[in-house]
Design a protein around this ligand. Structure first.
Ligand SMILES: Cc1ncc(COP(=O)(O)O)c(C=O)c1O
Length: 378
């Protein structure tokens, strides 16, 4: 609580501090220090140094030995994964409009032609069967598709593997927020290690590859096209992760089990606080089977703007993380799209509520009390 004064009588009153929509959970300086000392000793700062190698090894171990390549960001991870498909320039790549703009930027940066398709209204993600139907009406042959793990939710890996097998369309998953939920699969997947994600490096990312041959290509694409010599064998970029970012991510991994528990604990408390409000629906399995650093809920139609205003009037921030969908951004106004009725409906009924491992019981009861009052009167 902060002390403020009323404008009229100057009597100090108590007002709640603003409740932010998210607050990153990152390792402390103490936890990072031993890794920084290793950088001082090795004097290797980038170019796949010992800390990046250790991080890739530990990420791979979590995924049963899948080949992992670290990158400078989640956006570069997705761009490299798409480049690694080696599709002809301008080949069509379907993706949901219901995603963060980085997904569409990555498709364009990889030299592909994006095509926005609609999501399943229940999961807020692409559904392989629904996509097959939508892609029949695409303006050109679709060569790749980017399912997005909405706010960290798992995709149906088996169904997407079958889709890839059945259609010949390459699947590349934008698993930016899905470090927790991701599993090895027979397709490329890109994860973000941005500070706002459940495992953060500040900026960073990684690509999970279906085999080592693809991993070698991703690594070359991230490093000037080099492979064992200074000859550029592929047209490529520099998207390598530095040893400093790896230090932060390794410290985060050391504490991953407790971080995960803290996210679960905060999610349980929020679920319990809101259990009597039928109007609020959490993502399936959120905080139970998988964790995320954000809380995104569905609310009834025609309540969203009033709810946002109600929360704001009680010093509570909320966010429409993906706005109206990517197709509404001016950068993508020329991108072709399928009919997007479910995306539009989701945009009108989806809201990010404050969520963090640092949420106190008082903050949770302030938030849940406000939501209860709103839905009781709505
Ligand atoms: C769905 C999605 N894709 C891609 C990204 C980009 O990740 P980064 O910020 O690490 O580049 C994000 C980041 O929030 C995201 O939410």
């Amino acid at each position: 609580m902060v002390r403020t004064a009323s404008v009229f009588d100057q009597t100090p009153v108590f007002a709640p501090e603003r409740l932010p929509v998210a607050r990153p959970h990152m390792p402390s300086a103490d936890a990072i220090l031993p890794y920084l000392e290793r950088i001082d000793a090795s004097r290797q700062y980038s170019n796949f140094g010992p800390l990046v190698s250790e991080l890739e090894g530990r990420l791979s171990e979590r995924l049963g030995g899948a080949a992992v390549v670290t990158t400078s960001s989640g956006t570069s991870a997705l761009t490299l994964a798409l480049l690694a498909l080696q599709l002809p320039k301008g080949a069509m790549c379907a993706l949901p409009s219901w995603t963060f703009v980085a997904s569409a930027h990555a498709v364009l940066a990889a030299g592909l032609t994006p095509y926005f398709v609609d999501i399943d209204p229940l999961t807020a993600m692409l559904d392989p069967r629904g996509c097959e139907r939508q892609l029949k009406d695409a303006p050109a042959q679709v060569r790749a598709i980017v399912p997005v793990c909405a706010h960290g939710a798992p995709i149906d890996c088996d169904a997407w593997a079958q889709f890839q097998e059945r259609t010949g369309i390459a699947v590349v998953v934008d698993a930016a927020a899905a470090h927790d939920a991701i599993q090895a699969a027979p397709f490329l997947q890109a994860v973000s290690l941005h500070a706002t994600k459940s495992l953060g490096a500040g900026e960073g990312g990684y690509v999970v590859c279906p085999d080592t041959e693809v991993a070698v290509r991703v690594r070359m694409l991230s490093s000037f096209g080099f492979h064992g010599s200074r000859e550029a064998r592929l047209v490529a970029i520099n998207a390598k992760m530095s040893e400093y970012a790896a230090a932060v991510a390794l410290a985060g991994m050391d504490h991953w089990a407790s971080t995960r528990l803290l996210y679960q604990q905060a999610a349980f408390k929020l679920r319990i606080g809101l259990k009597d409000i039928d109007s609020i629906r959490f993502q399936e399995g959120w905080g139970l089977r998988w964790i995320s650093s954000v809380c995104v809920v569905r609310v009834p139609e025609a309540t969203l703007s009033r709810l946002i205003a109600h929360l704001a009037s009680h010093q509570i921030d909320s966010r429409q993380w993906w706005g109206e969908g990517c197709h509404a951004s001016s950068a993508f106004e020329n991108v072709l799209k399928a009919p997007l009725p479910h995306t539009s409906h989701l945009a009108e009924t989806t809201l990010g509520l404050p969520f963090a491992t640092s949420l106190t019981d008082a903050q949770i009861s302030h938030l849940t009390g406000c939501l209860k009052a709103f839905f009781a009167s709505a």
